[in-house]
Design a binder for this molecule. Sequence first.
Ligand SMILES: [Zn+2]
Length: 490
Amino acid sequence: MSSLLLRSARIVPLTGPAPEEPVDVLVERGTVVEIAERLSAPAGVAEVDAAGRWLMPGLWDAHTHLAQWTLASRRLDLSETGSRAEVLAMVRAAMVPGVALIGWGQRSAQWEEPPTVAALDEVTGDTPVVMINADFHHGWCNSAALAVLGVPPRTEEQVVSEAEWFAVSPLLERLDPGGTSAPAYRAMLERTAALGVVGMVDFEFDNAPHRWIERWSQGCDLLRIRRAVYAGGLDGVLAAGWRTGDPLVPGEDRLRMGPLKIISDGSLGTRTAWCCAPYADDPSNHGAANQSPAELRELLRRAHAGGLQVATHAIGDRAAAEALAAYADTGAGGSIEHAQLICRESVAEMARLGLTASVQPAHLLDDRDVTDQVWPGRGERSFAFRWMMAAGVRLALGSDAPVAPLDPWLAIATAVHRSGDDRVPWHPEQALTVREALAASVDGRPTVAVGSLADFALLDYDPLIAPPEVLRAMPVALTTVAGEVVHSRL
Ligand SMILES: [Zn+2]
């Protein structure tokens, strides 16, 4: 917790009015204590000249997988490929025999030739190779990688998907030792701070909150982290007595226990999101629930009794409706993660229950075409941010990194423009205003004022009037967490 005098900053009127002229902002012990046109710095307090830049609360990413994101930057990017042959060509070019290779970002649901183990083995030989699909719900592994990951060999079956995949994905470390070391995390945190980010909710699959405690003492104490746990780790968290919001290190308020995460259905890309109506390209398939109604309620009940909030992944409209019924029955609180396809009645129910919609706008860039194709007529109910806002649902924007890049400006710009290129906006009736999108990206913090926590992002341009391309890549001059400078180019 630090002290700081920020000179000549324009305060962004995010949720309420702000002075129109640039002001000086004095921070003491992590909190704003005075705002005026001209302040003098108390002895020993550092001064930073904002030179008329724009000041707002620091950004949050409400849905990340930080080990996967840390690793993603070391991996072969397959996101621009469009066929099996293209992926295999990139793998062939990138491969060093004997050095395991991990790629990510391909979209095999759209390929004519399926991703088979045999096709991959032919190109890779004995060198372990894993390619993670863009939606992170399956991995295309060769035989050598299956062996390293402890997955039974397969000839007929193609990819390792869903529950089996979620179980082995933490083991990818075996292919890239050092990829999730403390220095690798530290580098990721510094890149993230440079975007104006002050905090993230970490939904990593490893069920190991204690790893963050270790890492924290190894130099990864830069930003605020809320660490979630999955059902498999629930007993341990309950036994430790960690409730949502509790510091994981006594006296350290930046590293806290997050919610219990439940994955209640699948994804659109793998046709496993649980829907009220069938998939247009597979009329017998509605997707499916991952738990019985009784199992879902039991998890919510145990978490709620133990003081944990619950973050329930629900991508299909049926999954969202069923999850909401379970929250209503158990009294649990928390969020619906994704809420990608939703009925209007469910939006009203989410508001009534006081649940947060934790949404990832950038997914609409990837999913707009496949939505029109397999959920025809349901586009209006996809990424339905305007309905949520109108109903009074609290929105929290995120990336689901590494599914989309950990970049709140991409999420904000997409929530506003609903297009990432020169195509027309997709269902613009569901767009947010810039002010709404920013307010949904700061963990509920209001306009900077006396009494504010000094978690700041200082921007080169006024975000409220920035054109789309500037908003999308907003230059951030300074980021602070509790008054501590975590990124600066001033
Ligand atoms: Zn996720």
